[in-house]
Design a protein around this ligand. Structure first.
Ligand code: IFM
Length: 462
């Protein structure tokens, strides 16, 4: 039974995006989550350990020592969450399957109870008229595979392909939208170089190996999905953010170009165009075998883009990759958690991706984080999030008007959830989660998003 608080009337519903005229008929509105960030139930029903379970227990890794053990308990409360999606009026829900939930040691015997959860979730979505968008990998590698080298071991390509086969065989009769990976640049760079994600190593050799193996695993999974799922629509999801020099000096400009290659190009270029950026080729070469580029470059149907803000680089002599991650300059506009707000950068990312890759685009994540709590009446007036979403949707409208083939938009996130290193302190949800009670409350932004979806539908119908 749906147990959402009644949505209070009025507040903030009048801030609508100004430029929605050019959105194509059938434009898809959605919300996104990922398994480790929302499911909880990490020890339930035979789920195996993921790399995040152990990493969260290492002192100092996660703000306040938070873990994904309980998260939003979406594993048990998914029906209520589908109810929230219905109230908002979305047409699609992007979620990820937890590899260790369905294959507890990453390979070998499947866990029937884990697969049954995704059956229930998918069936519930379809009953509610919401299209399931399934992502195979959103960072929660089975711990048992990490112990064998994780993404740095070429065998992972076969393990991932077998996992894709299992998921396709079980859910492919009802799920048609598949993404292979979410933001591979993040989990490879942060995990194998910068130390911010598991396995938290800093070794360029492993980083290059991981990048290449993820690309091969993507290609292998596309083949498996294409062969195994009738009428599949297959894509991949990349974070795309303009990479800017911290200072306008040659050394920082060079650093920003390298970061652009590692962050924005290392995956979509080989996957869609069939080649690595020049600056990565020497690093990748020792891991490349004959025929690999053909294995990686498989036909996909759409490209998912996750975007929040630009990124900055500065020169760093000691860094083996030739750049250091930098905070944005002090004078930029920022969201409540300090991320730069720059809608024009979003418009330009969409236009660039359209020109460079020539695929239908879906914005699979966009949203704003905040540290927030209900007011005395129990409402969450997240006006800064509404302002952010409105301005970014205006930018999306501009990109469409200028020719970008953008077919849908998913807010990150449906729910407040486990925000990796920031734990639970940064909230991105349209729905507020009171973690001690797991009570859900629609924020003002959820009502605003619902009103926006409705207004666009009415305009198209008129
Ligand atoms: O929470 C993350 C998500 O897992 C991947 N993209 C960015 C979001 C906000 O940081």
């Amino acid at each position: 039974m749906v147990n959402l608080h009644a949505a209070p009337s009025g507040a903030s519903n009048d801030r609508r995006p100004a430029i929605l005229e050019p959105l194509p008929r059938g434009f898809l509105w959605g919300v996104s989550t990922s398994a480790y960030q929302v499911e909880g139930a990490t020890r339930a029903d035979g789920r195996g350990a993921s790399i995040w379970d152990g990493y969260c227990r290492e002192p100092g890794r996660i703000a306040n020592g938070d873990t994904g053990d309980e998260a939003c308990d979406h594993y048990h409360r998914y029906r209520e969450d589908i109810g929230a999606m219905r109230q908002i009026g979305v047409g699609a829900y992007r979620f990820s399957v937890a590899w260790p939930r369905v294959l507890p040691t990453g390979r070998g015997s499947a866990n029937e109870a884990g697969l049954a959860f995704y059956d229930r979730l998918v069936d519930g979505l379809l009953e509610a008229g919401i299209e399931p968008w399934l992502c195979l990998y959103h960072w929660d590698l089975p711990q048992a595979l990490q112990e064998l080298g994780g993404w740095a071991n070429r065998d992972v390509v076969g393990w991932f392909s077998d996992y894709a086969l299992l998921v396709a065989g079980r859910l492919g009769d009802r799920v048609k939208r598949f993404a292979t990976f979410n933001e591979p640049a993040v989990f490879t760079l942060f995990g194998y170089s910068l130390g911010w994600h598991p396995p938290a190593t800093n070794d360029p050799e492993s980083l290059y190996a991981a990048v290449h193996h993820v690309n091969l695993a993507h290609g292998a999974a596309v083949d498996v999905l294409r062969a195994g799922v009738a009428a599949a629509s297959i894509g991949v999801i990349h974070n795309m953010q303009p990479s800017r020099p911290l200072r306008q000096v040659p050394a920082d400009r060079k650093a920003a170009t390298i970061l652009d290659d590692v962050w924005n190009r290392a995956f979509p270029d080989p996957q869609i165009l069939g080649e690595y950026p020049a600056s990565l080729r020497d690093g990748i070469d020792p891991h490349r075998r004959e025929g690999d580029m053909e294995r990686i470059r498989r036909q996909i149907d759409w490209l998912g883009i996750n975007h929040y803000s630009p990124i900055y680089a500065k020169a760093e002599g000691a860094s083996p990759l030739g750049f250091a991650w930098a905070d944005a300059p002090a004078d930029v506009a920022r969201s409540p958690i300090g991320w730069q707000v720059d809608p024009a950068a979003f418009r330009d990312v969409l236009l660039d991706a359209h020109d460079r890759y020539g695929l239908p685009l879906y914005v699979t994540e966009n949203g704003a984080g905040a540290v927030e709590k209900p007011d005395v009446s129990g409402e969450i007036h997240d006006v800064e999030r509404i302002d952010y979403l409105a301005r970014y949707l205006e930018a999306l409208g501009e990109a469409v008007a200028l020719g970008a083939d953008v077919r849908g938009y998913f807010v990150w996130s449906l729910l407040d959830n486990f925000e990796w290193g920031a734990g639970y302190q940064n909230r991105f949800g349209l729905v507020y989660v009171d973690y001690p009670t797991q009570r859900r409350t629609l924020k003002a932004s959820a009502r605003w998003y619902a009103a926006t979806i409705k207004a666009v539908a009415e305009r198209v119908a008129s």
